[in-house]
Ligand binder design. Structure first.
Ligand SMILES: NC(=O)c1ccc[n+]([C@@H]2O[C@H](COP(=O)([O-])OP(=O)(O)OC[C@H]3O[C@@H](n4cnc5c(N)ncnc54)[C@H](OP(=O)(O)O)[C@@H]3O)[C@@H](O)[C@H]2O)c1
Length: 265
């Protein structure tokens, strides 16, 4: 996708991968970059540079409920129909043994990771279809491929994102609108710290890959430019993605080495 003059919206733009993606996109020759976040009042301005985005605007995107999303879309006004590049990045994680997971957290996670992403995509798509041009980028996870224990609900939400995006990709063939899903691996953010803490009671997370968010953002921008349909992780995480497409015993072996139902010391 040629980004010149385009309008982009990134959700969860205030921190982590979303912030890094927004900073990288702001350096591209976009017309308008909409930085979506729950509290746009706290937006820390982003530098664009001489050849960067013409305008950067913080907007409210709260994926916590169907009504909140409807309200946020209404607040976007005419900008909603102008979005050429939608980056569904915002997300939540919860984990641990299923019987110990907090049900409120599980519902909030499915809402943000999957239902909210579907609803926002559905709201943005008509403008793209009318212009016969656009791209939807969905931040899934390696967990959407490699289904490790202590991650059952998170993995289910992210596998849902992979399934949704791939189904939509086929549905959109010939419309000028394309998709990209990110099989994101370990990226150094608050969420990775939280994940290590949540899963770490039962899973050895000590050898996880951890790349800077800015490095991952650079790869995402390249994948958008090259119109790739999936972006996978590097390092050891790439092996897990590969193994997930093979017979189940491959991941079972890795899982047996990493996981114990008894809390780790
Ligand atoms: N970091 C990794 O290693 C990794 C690996 C695989 C996939 N991912 C995926 O990458 C995406 C970004 O993760 P991250 O690591 O950057 O996490 P992060 O640092 O925890 O940031 C999460 C972002 O999502 C926003 N968010 C959460 N719930 C929301 C809701 N209901 N409505 C609107 N915004 C909401 C947060 O907003 P607030 O600041 O308001 O909470 C924040 O901006 C997520 O989808 C995550 O699942 C991350």
């Amino acid at each position: 996708m040629d980004l010149s003059g385009r309008t982009a919206l990134v959700t969860g733009s205030n921190r982590g991968i979303g912030r890094a993606l927004s900073e990288a996109l702001a350096r591209e020759p976009l017309g308008l970059l909409l930085c979506g976040m729950r509290n746009p009042g706290g937006f820390e301005p982003i530098a664009t540079g001489a050849s960067g985005a013409r305008e950067v605007k913080a907007v409210r995107i709260d994926l916590s409920s169907r009504e909140a999303i409807e309200q946020c879309c209404a607040e976007l006004g005419p900008d909603l129909a102008r979005i050429d590049l939608l980056v569904n990045n915002a997300g939540l994680v919860t984990g641990g043994l299923l019987e110990e997971q907090d049900l409120e957290e599980v519902y909030a996670m499915f809402q943000a990771n999957l239902l909210g992403l579907v609803q926002l995509t559905r709201a943005v798509l008509p403008g793209m279809l009318e212009r016969r041009s656009g791209k939807v980028v969905n931040n899934a996870s390696i967990s959407g491929y490699a289904f490790f224990p202590a991650a059952s609900t998170y993995a289910a939400s992210k596998a849902g994102v992979v399934a949704f995006t791939e189904s939509l990709r086929r549905e959109l063939k010939g419309t000028g609108v394309s998709t990209l899903h990110l099989a994101t691996g370990g990226v150094d953010t608050d969420m990775l710290d939280a994940t290590e803490e949540t899963y770490g009671r039962y899973l050895d997370t000590s050898r996880w890959d951890k790349v800077p968010a800015s490095e991952w953002a650079g790869k995402v921008i390249a994948a958008i430019r090259e119109d790739r349909t999936v972006l996978g992780p590097g390092g050891k995480t790439a092996v897990a993605k590969l193994a997930s497409r093979g017979p189940a015993f491959l991941l079972d072996r890795i899982s047996d080495r990493m996981f114990s139902r008894e809390p780790r010391a």
